[in-house]
Design a protein around this ligand. Structure first.
Ligand code: CAA
Length: 389
């Protein structure tokens, strides 16, 4: 029996800031963003959107195709949770009208936890092949205004279904993991924006890649040359380029620049436009790769490096399944990006500041967006959501 991902769906927020707007405000050359960090836009949630509305929108696509029968576990991965106690997944479970006989839990370890959810899901299905696990990864990446992290914000969600005999990607059993108690990026409970030691975080990411790859090899992982494409956590797309160059150096690969880029370029296209989506970003990268790579990938192996600051990381691999193209929603995913409403710098700044302004009090949000789910506001400290059918 093989186990892996049977379907993978995407959602993002309904507002977008072109990084030209940010560069103009800062009076700098936008080349630093478009080329230097490899980002062109950031998805920005409107006031009536959050990780629940994005996660529900992604998961609804999975349920529309497969139904909810057999899904007894829903794992919600996020590092921008909306409650200190209740899982965001329970809100989604309610919005989607899923059956009561389902365990739902939220997982946190910076950008890594969606990969933890995948690995836990594989274990559940290995024990009982009739089980299906719905994994949702949804995040809003927020840094303080006027900081160096600001151009690496963003928002997106993915949902994927983990089953036996997967139709999209078989996940192979060998992995390499690595944990190190560091402070490269973190968010204390009293802050709505992340703190980061920028340059140190890049070095920590690359060091973790070397360590996780080393354990993957020690545990019998395949050689670098047996992996056709690579998919990295993408806080900004240039990070994946740096990571792949580093891995090529570690293994002594003689691939030239164009050959190295051909192994990752398609995986960068969606993230370049959503911005950082923390836990979702590596799986947005997988979707981008499957949708945008010009080559037929069926039967070919993808290598994944998942990194969550703090830090926990994992290297693993998967085999793309025959017929995978039939499962993709390529046009709809492109429309999700193209249909976002552009906002200017003052509107972006007002939305950013509004997050802290409303904390702790009851409020209603205006119906700004027209997506299938919206965040309606807070009453008696309870978050209220609406589904539009
Ligand atoms: N044209 C083209 N390129 C330009 C340019 C121009 N006009 N101006 C600058 N650049 C290039 C620079 O040369 C540099 O490229 P290299 O890194 O290849 O040398 C790049 O643009 C960025 O310039 P700086 O290093 O000067 O940028 P910065 O100091 O303002 O900050 C950053 C960059 C550290 C990534 C910052 O955006 C940041 O702190 N981001 C958040 C932290 C982060 O994402 N860390 C990643 C690892 S941690 C992680 O992965 C978890 C997570 O999700 C956060």
């Amino acid at each position: 029996m093989t186990i892996g991902i049977s379907d993978l769906a995407f959602a993002t927020a309904h507002r977008v800031l072109d990084l030209q707007q940010l560069a103009d405000h800062q009076g700098i050359d936008v080349g630093k963003y478009y080329i230097g960090i490899g980002q062109s836009e950031m998805s920005i949630p409107a006031a009536d959107e959050d990780i629940v509305t994005m996660g529900a929108q992604a998961a609804a696509q999975i349920l529309a195709r497969h139904g909810a029968d057999g899904i007894r576990t829903l794992l919600f991965a996020t590092e921008s949770g909306i409650d200190q106690s209740k899982s965001a997944g329970v809100f989604v479970h309610g919005l989607l009208g899923m059956g009561a006989h389902c365990r739902v839990v939220e997982l946190k370890q910076a950008c890594y936890s969606a990969t933890a959810a995948l690995q836990f899901a594989l274990g559940i299905v290995a024990r009982d092949a009739s089980e299906k696990v719905l994994v949702i990864a949804s995040d809003v990446a927020r840094y303080a205004l006027d900081t160096s992290g600001e151009p690496t914000q963003g928002a997106a969600a993915v949902a994927f279904l983990v089953t036996a005999d997967p139709a999209l990607l078989e996940v192979e059993p060998v992995t390499g993991v690595h944990t190190d108690d560091i402070h490269d990026f973190w968010r204390p409970n009293y802050l709505s924006t992340a703190l980061v030691d920028g340059k140190y975080s890049l070095a920590a990411y690359l060091g973790a890649l070397e360590a996780a790859w080393g354990e993957y090899q020690a545990r019998g992982g395949v050689a670098f040359d047996e992996i056709a494409r690579f998919c990295y956590h993408q806080p900004f797309t240039k990070m994946a380029v740096k990571a792949h160059d580093r891995l090529c150096r570690i293994v002594g690969s003689d691939l030239d620049r164009d050959q190295r880029r051909a192994q990752i370029d398609a995986s960068l296209e969606l993230n370049r436009r959503t911005g950082n989506s923390y836990t979702a970003s590596i799986y947005v990268g997988l979707l981008s790769l499957l949708e945008r790579d010009p080559d037929e990938l069926a039967g070919r192996r993808i290598g994944f490096f998942s990194y969550g600051s703090g830090s926990v990381s994992e290297f693993f691999t998967g085999i793309v399944q025959p017929g995978y193209r039939d499962l993709l929603r390529t046009a709809a995913d492109a429309a999700s990006l193209d249909d976002r409403r552009p906002i200017d710098y003052p509107r972006y700044r007002a939305l950013h500041e509004s997050v802290d302004a409303v904390q702790g009090s009851d409020y209603e949000t205006a119906a700004e967006t027209s997506g299938p789910f919206r965040f309606a506001g807070v009453v008696d400290h309870v978050r209220r959501y609406q589904r539009r059918d």
